[in-house]
Ligand binder design. Structure first.
Ligand code: PMP
Ligand code: GLU
Length: 390
């Protein structure tokens, strides 16, 4: 008999959609995939070279469990310079991607029945991971009229004596919402007052458009820093999704526990991947790499907005990340659920997208714009034609 805790676990739907699209492509079927939540740009060459050099230099053994000292130091510098937060390297733990980091955080803080506020629409892994450790995800429903941005008034409706933590994911996957500095400051002040942990998932920090900008909750004050887990990864910023390098920065007493859990499970992130990550933080060319990637996404976002407008497909205008959350509720009467709808779009239109129910918003859908502008044009046309044939 398996453990009770795994009885309801589901595989990651975002990974499943990408896998399905790749499987069909491998069979020679002309599929357009809007599923993958990963940049289509290659990892910078200088990062690869640093990794190869590490291999050649024999850096192929166990490393300190929380990460090689030079990497933790470089992360501390980055957080200081870019995010305006002071952490010492001993307050940083490196593990296999932000996903594992979140897993270790939930494992560290949750007792049976503890509630975690998950602003909804949410990224797919938060509720699953929370439940695995006996926690209860409490979905704070965000409003489309408000661009799916979290405010203190919304948050307050979901707080109870059992609230242990809240997730802040700004810019957000899947909506691209970015919380304004003013709203975030109020939320942080409230969490300090109520002693609620903030888990700030900052994976998309560099991808913000127009006049939006991203702020780290821990940067507001010393008290904010005390209650915050600042989570980030190399996956999106440096297009290193397959490398599996992510980290958390938090007060030493929590970092120690996360480090111990990491040492009893992961041991360490692949040694040479860490040397690649270090180069990503230290090489001067990284700035241009990130800027170019951001500009590419900004152009695609604009292009995608134009095409969605042309076909009159409603959407929530994203301020960040590389996702567009579109509203397909007007077709809902044709389908049992939106999983059936996305299968229909895949079969009839040959377009893979992630159904909104995976993110807590049925009959919406997530398009990832990690594809060329021509592919965006063709893909949206196919979605429109498939649904118009109903
Ligand atoms: N948080 C969010 C919001 C994500 O979209 C993802 C997926 N990339 C992750 C965390 C996990 O990232 P990683 O690949 O570093 O594990
Ligand atoms: N985060 C990416 C996404 O949302 C990758 C998939 C995953 O980690 O589940 O598509």
């Amino acid at each position: 008999m398996l453990a009770d805790r795994v009885k309801t676990i589901k595989p990651s739907p975002t990974l499943a959609v990408s896998a399905k699209a790749n499987e069909l492509k491998a069979k020679g079927i002309d599929i357009i995939s809007f599923g993958a939540g990963e940049p289509d740009i290659d990892t910078p060459i200088f990062v690869k070279e640093a990794c190869i050099k590490a291999l050649e230099d024999g850096k192929t053994k166990y490393t300190p469990s929380s990460g090689i000292p030079a990497l933790r130091e470089a992360i501390a510098n980055k957080l200081n310079k870019e995010n305006n937060i002071d952490y010492s390297p001993s307050e940083i733990v490196v593990s296999t991607g932000a996903k594992m980091i979140l897993f270790l955080i939930f494992m560290s803080i949750l007792n049976e029945g503890d509630e975690v506020i998950v602003p909804s629409p949410y990224w797919v892994s938060y509720p699953e991971q929370i439940r695995l450790f006996g926690g209860v995800p409490v979905f704070a429903e965000l409003k489309e009229e408000n661009n799916f941005e979290l405010t203190l008034d919304i948050l307050k409706k979901y707080v109870s004596p059992k609230t242990k933590a809240i997730i802040i994911n700004s810019p957000s996957n899947p909506t691209g919402a970015v919380i304004s500095k003013e709203d975030l400051e109020k939320i942080v002040e409230f969490c300090i007052e109520k002693n609620i942990f903030i888990i700030s998932d900052e994976c998309y920090e560099h991808f913000v458009y127009d006049d939006a900008f991203m702020v780290s909750p821990a940067s507001f004050s010393k008290d904010a820093r005390k209650i915050t887990f600042t989570v980030n990864a190399f996956s999106k910023t440096f297009s290193m999704t397959g490398w599996r390098v992510g980290y958390v920065a938090c007060p030493i007493e929590y970092a120690k526990i996360i480090a111990d859990l990491n040492s009893q499970s992961v041991s360490n992130v692949t040694s040479f991947a860490q040397w690649g990550a270090l180069e990503a933080l230290q090489n001067e060319k990284s700035k241009d790499f990130i800027e170019n990637m951001k500009n590419t996404f900004a152009k695609r976002r604009k292009h995608l907005i134009d095409i969605l407008n042309k076909y009159q497909i409603p959407y929530s205008k994203p301020k960040g990340a590389f996702y567009m959350f579109i509203d397909l509720t007007k077709y809902k009467n044709h389908f049992k659920d939106d999983i059936q709808m996305s299968s229909f779009i895949l079969e009839k239109g040959r377009v893979a997208l992630v159904p909104g129910s995976s993110f807590g918003k049925e009959f919406w859908a997530r398009l990832s714009y990690c594809v060329s502008e021509d592919t965006l044009t063709e893909g949206v046309k196919r979605i429109y034609e498939a649904l118009s044939s109903l």
